[in-house]
Design a protein around this ligand. Structure first.
Ligand code: MSP
Length: 514
């Protein structure tokens, strides 16, 4: 089975901050989870390179727009590599294949009579690259997202007959039994979109005369394609539209478009309308998560509180940074994050709970068995308990993108193993020289932790593999996890062989001071 997931393509005017890495890490966690569940995953991310905003940023730096985009493309890729983002393709909207696909879609829309010319004057927010009507601005007449005053822009543009799709979109978004149903999540945001759709749709301008840095319209080269239309089309270019039909047929439509609420309207209304006009299949699911604030403030350059993903990595390490980013606050609603909470979750979940568990099992094995997995009857009792805890709600939480809940249940499984160690008190067992019992205890902890590690893989791919190998797990953990998630069977012989050697390690998650 195929699974196609996308992140937004981020504006190439600046380097990524943790807002961007939030969506990208979440997408990566889903992509990895789906791969572990034996899906053939296509994971697309990239950057949005055209439009007035990018051109203005380049001018400010005395650079050409292309030059700035080249630099940003390298920067985004570098950070995604550092964060271990397993994307299938990184798309840039200045690529030739994208130009071909944008031209094709606009030509189709034009030929089918969905594009017409009209003089227009409106309030434009450059940051959003979007026209606003007075009623959508805040009380001070500013953009609700950027709090900046929009400028009046007047042009003769080509318009898209969005209004013709009102009924069609309404049916597809509100009726789960529609054969082209588009599932918008979470529920409250779906209701907002349905509410807005009920109010009616106005036609939208799809071209610009004043923006040179864009793709020329195929039927009027004096105008360029509106950057949002150009950007949305990336989702089909990325899976081979116009370039590789077999790939396109295989992966399109997308299973999830993931983004924050700021750009949900474009994804759930404008984009499906374009696809309907071009007679292409519609996205299956659109998930919009919340916006997070930092210590209660919006992250912004002017407030000087923009956190880069590198800062998180420097403080906690790559895998912990990934884990914390997506599990600190519930995914979906808005939320607030702070260094204090990040550090306390790091210390509680990773340094104390998981880190401590791994280190005490290794120390015991070192002390009593010289690092070798004891030759004993395999004891799967605890592993089965852990598997039962996880099987109940982990998959469910992951499939519903409730990463904080998935993390909670993982932590409770880790706590259970830690508690079992206290109950067994192997240090007392040693005193009475019951080596059979001791072997059985160690075996049970190891088998239980292997189960935990397989579930940790989507969040912490490198650390999970490291723990697996350090603890003598046999074979490639990803392969074994794929098999496990397919049949949910713990092999009778467990996941390791007697006498396999454990290895000592430094501290996996050194404590971080608040
Ligand atoms: N280029 C457009 C998207 C085109 S997609 C066809 C764009 N780019 S953006 O750089 O502004 O990225 C917006 C996205 O970045 C949000 O939808 C979200 O995924 C992510 N986030 C940026 N800041 C964020 C927060 N503070 N909180 C949560 N998500 C954040 O819009």
């Amino acid at each position: 089975m195929k699974f196609y997931i996308t992140t937004p393509i981020y504006y190439a005017n600046d380097v990524p901050h943790i807002g961007h890495s939030y969506t990208t890490i979440a997408s990566d966690v889903i992509a990895r989870w789906k791969r572990l569940n034996n899906f053939d995953v296509f994971f697309l991310t990239g950057i949005d390179e055209h439009g007035a905003k990018i051109a203005a940023a380049a001018r400010k730096k005395n650079r050409t727009s292309q030059d700035l985009c080249d630099e940003m493309s390298a920067k985004f890729k570098e950070i995604w590599k550092l964060l271990n983002i397993s994307y299938t393709e990184f798309i840039r909207t200045t690529e030739r294949k994208h130009l071909i696909s944008v031209e094709r879609i606009l030509k189709i829309l034009f030929e089918r009579g969905f594009i017409f010319k009209k003089k227009y004057e409106g309030l434009y927010c450059l940051e959003c690259e979007k026209f606003y009507s007075q009623k959508d601005l805040d009380e001070s007449g500013n953009c609700p997202f950027h709090k900046t005053s929009p400028v009046i822009q007047s042009e003769e543009n080509y318009f898209f007959k969005l209004s013709s799709f009102q009924t069609g979109l309404f049916e597809r978004i509100s009726n789960p039994n529609h054969k082209e149903y588009i599932e918008i999540q979470p529920e409250e945001r779906r209701n907002e979109i349905i509410g807005k759709l009920k109010l009616g749709l106005e036609d939208v301008s799809f071209s610009r005369t004043s923006v040179e840095w864009g793709i020329p319209l195929p039927f009027d080269r004096k105008q360029t394609v509106y950057v949002w239309v150009d950007a949305l089309i990336n989702y089909i270019t990325g899976v081979g539209y116009m370039a590789d039909d077999a790939k396109f047929q295989k992966y399109w439509p997308t299973d999830i478009h993931l983004m924050a609420k700021d750009i949900l309207w474009f994804h759930s209304v404008i984009w499906p309308a374009i696809l309907m006009a071009a007679e292409l299949p519609l996205p299956k699911k659109i998930y919009s998560h919340g916006f997070f604030t930092l210590n209660g403030d919006k992250m912004s350059k002017s407030l000087g509180n923009v956190i880069s993903p590198n800062e998180l990595i420097d403080k906690y390490g790559v895998d912990a940074a990934r884990y914390l980013t997506v599990t600190l606050i519930p995914f979906g609603p808005d939320g607030n994050i702070s260094w204090r909470e990040l550090t306390s979750k790091y210390n509680n979940d990773l340094a104390n709970n998981l880190g401590n568990l791994v280190s005490r099992i290794i120390k015991m094995t070192e002390k009593y068995f010289n690092f070798q997995i004891p030759q004993s009857t395999i004891n799967l009792q605890l592993a089965k308990k852990v598997a039962a805890i996880l099987s109940k709600s982990f998959a469910n939480s992951m499939d519903n993108m409730q990463f904080h809940k998935a993390a909670e249940v993982l932590q409770s499984a880790i706590t259970l193993i830690n508690k079992q160690i206290e109950i067994d008190s192997p240090w007392r067992v040693v005193k009475i020289m019951d080596m059979r019992k001791l072997s059985s205890c160690i075996s049970s902890y190891l088998q239980a932790i292997y189960i935990v590690v397989m579930h940790l893989l989507p969040f912490m791919p490198t650390v999970s593999e490291k723990i697996w190998n350090m603890m003598g797990g046999v074979g490639d953990v990803n392969e074994i996890a794929r098999k496990y998630f397919a049949d949910m069977m713990i092999p009778e012989c467990g996941f390791s062989v007697p006498h396999a050697k454990l290895s000592a390690m430094g501290i996996l998650f050194p404590r971080v001071e608040k």
